[in-house]
Design a protein around this ligand. Structure first.
Ligand SMILES: N[C@@H](CCC(=O)N[C@@H](CS)C(=O)NCC(=O)O)C(=O)O
Length: 235
């Protein structure tokens, strides 16, 4: 049994985790073939950064999927980006920022701020919190997310503007992928874990969203298909 323990948010809708960052780490560890155990946390508060995912390994607790991947690379001597040139690594990093620092927040807006979506999503995201505590936590958590969205800047835009921003990101990703099997070419690299942590969390979620519509529209044209990376990385 592996001594690498990954704490993550629960799964739903056929996904191992409803958190893009948790799903990213899950996929990354499969790409570099490192065994791990998962522990499902109902809330992110226990982690060293107060967010999920986080890991426990050899007495260490590490938060943030990016730092965890750096740690894993050093500790296990694996690098999913090994075959990439410096320029390709730079492109991959820029793409990662687009997905994690921008597109991610448009998804957060859709789940937490769009009234109809929130009504169904809150039962899933807070599903591990017992009643009646969940009723108390739900509006507080939502207020916290609203503040994060405003601090980011995205939350200052109208809903239509936010959707247009997210759709442009999805379209850019689909254009970049084009007819390649993976984003950087023939092999899965870190950026595939990043992208396929987030995209199924948009496409496979039973909510109404122009982001989902855009992703599904583009998915028919190329490999942006739900489950493509998990299948090809399955241990
Ligand atoms: N930069 C972090 C982001 C992690 C993150 O935002 N996780 C979300 C779940 S998708 C979370 O725990 N949010 C709780 C909060 O912000 O209070 C990473 O790469 O791990």
């Amino acid at each position: 049994m592996s001594d690498l323990i990954v704490h993550q948010l629960p799964g739903a809708w056929g996904l191992p985790s409803i958190s893009p960052f948790c799903l990213k780490l899950d996929l990354y560890l499969r790409i570099v073939d490192i065994p791990f155990q998962t522990v499902v946390d109902a809330t992110p508060f226990r982690g060293p950064k107060g967010k999920l995912p986080w890991i426990e390994h050899e007495e260490k607790k590490i938060g943030d999927s990016g730092f965890i991947i750096e740690y894993v690379e050093k500790r296990f001597g694996r690098d999913a980006n090994a075959g990439l040139s410096a320029a390709e690594r730079a492109v991959s990093l820029a793409m990662r920022r687009l997905i994690e620092e921008n597109l991610y927040w448009t998804m957060v807006h859709d789940r937490w701020m769009v009234e109809d979506n929130w009504r169904s999503f809150r039962k899933v995201v807070l599903g591990g919190v017992p009643m009646p505590l969940r009723l108390v936590i739900a509006p507080l958590a939502r207020r916290g997310v609203r503040r994060q969205l405003q601090g980011h800047g995205l939350g200052l835009h109208t809903q239509d503007e936010i959707h247009a921003i997210g759709q442009r990101d999805i379209s850019a990703l689909a254009d970049f992928l084009a007819d390649k099997p993976f984003l950087m070419g023939e092999k899965a690299t870190e950026i595939d874990a990043v992208a396929y942590g987030l995209l199924p969390n948009i496409m496979q979620v039973p909510i109404t969203s122009p982001l989902k519509d855009e992703a599904l529209k583009r998915a028919t044209a190329n490999a942006l298909q739900v489950g493509e990376i998990p299948r090809s990385c399955a241990r």
